[in-house]
Ligand binder design. Structure first.
Ligand SMILES: Nc1ncnc2c1ncn2[C@@H]1O[C@H](COP(=O)(O)OP(=O)(O)OP(=O)(O)O)[C@@H](O)[C@H]1O
Ligand SMILES: [Mg+2]
Length: 269
């Protein structure tokens, strides 16, 4: 049975879709059979990051409403073996997803794929709840900013309350990804460090990803940066994929100095 991993966040725009595309790519490169699903109904963009937007015919809502079968909607990436994609619908409203239909779909996919990666929408409305409901693991993406970390904390609480596993008395594995770290700012004491963020969230880290303009370029050309062997940020995603597979691997050494947490501690009391 495949493992369901939801990539989520509290604050929007912190890098969920970028993370989903790159981890999906890196896991597929490692030989695992992967499907990435865009749950951002109405605002899809995972297709662009994966460079698959021109191949969309049907979407996840078409499957759930039986306008097509699953095989017709799944797009197989021609560049990366083992990588598959199920797009969000562009036009439908966000409330269109239905809990039972989502569950049927995910259960079907679990039979066929090693990992089902769900790109969660911004905000904590229904689309978000559907995206975390069946998660075995949640990767909570945050940037090293107070507002983002605080919202991540809130989302972690919701996963613990609303996921199916939590309701059955089991635990969803939760891991933090800190995205868009700027080492020079951390060194100057102007940005939260990794330690600062972990101190606030008290969860295990699964990856740190530097801020890198190359991401914008790779998104524009539809080629996930995890495919670029020479890229540090690509390496960051490849390491996250390895850790998902329980491989012990060091974190990138982005900075050694302490951040500004000590100055801000009071905000979290
Ligand atoms: N490590 C990074 N370095 C530089 N830019 C990044 C990085 N990660 C993401 N970005 C950029 O940040 C923007 C938001 O990223 P993305 O769309 O992945 O976020 P999101 O959390 O999925 O957003 P939404 O909540 O709207 O779905 C994009 O322009 C992306 O290229
Ligand atoms: Mg997104």
């Amino acid at each position: 049975m495949g493992k369901v991993i939801t990539i989520t966040s509290g604050k929007g725009g912190v890098g969920k879709s970028t993370t989903t595309a790159n981890i999906a790519t890196a896991l597929a490169k490692n030989g695992k059979k992967i499907i990435a699903i865009d749950f951002d109904i109405g605002l899809r963009n995972l297709d662009m990051i994966l460079g698959l937007e021109n191949r969309i015919v049907y979407d996840v809502v078409d499957v759930m409403e039986k306008r097509c079968n699953l095989a017709q909607a799944i797009i197989k990436d021609k560049r990366t073996n083992n990588l598959h994609f199920l797009p969000a619908s562009q036009t439908k409203d966000k409330t269109v997803l239905d809990k039972d239909k989502v569950e049927n779909l995910i259960n079907e996919l679990k039979k066929d794929f090693d990992y089902i990666l769900i790109d969660s929408p911004a905000g904590i409305e229904s689309g978000f709840e559907h995206s975390i409901y069946l998660a075995d693991m949640a990767l909570v993406v945050t940037t090293p900013e107070i507002s983002s970390v605080r919202d991540a904390d809130r989302v972690i609480g919701i996963i613990d309350a609303k996921s199916k596993k939590a309701q059955l008395g089991e635990e969803v594995e939760k891991r933090i990804i800190i995205n868009r770290i700027k080492p020079e700012l951390v060194e100057k004491g102007e940005m939260l460090s990794t330690e600062d963020v972990l101190h606030i969230l008290a969860l295990d880290l699964i990856g740190i990803v530097p801020d890198d303009e190359e991401i914008v370029r790779s998104t524009n050309i539809g080629e996930p940066i995890a495919l670029n062997e020479n890229s540090l940020v690509g390496e960051a995603y490849r390491r996250i994929a390895k850790r998902i597979e329980n491989e012990e691997i060091e974190f990138l050494d982005l900075t050694k100095k302490k951040g500004i947490f000590s100055k801000l501690k009071g905000l979290f009391k």
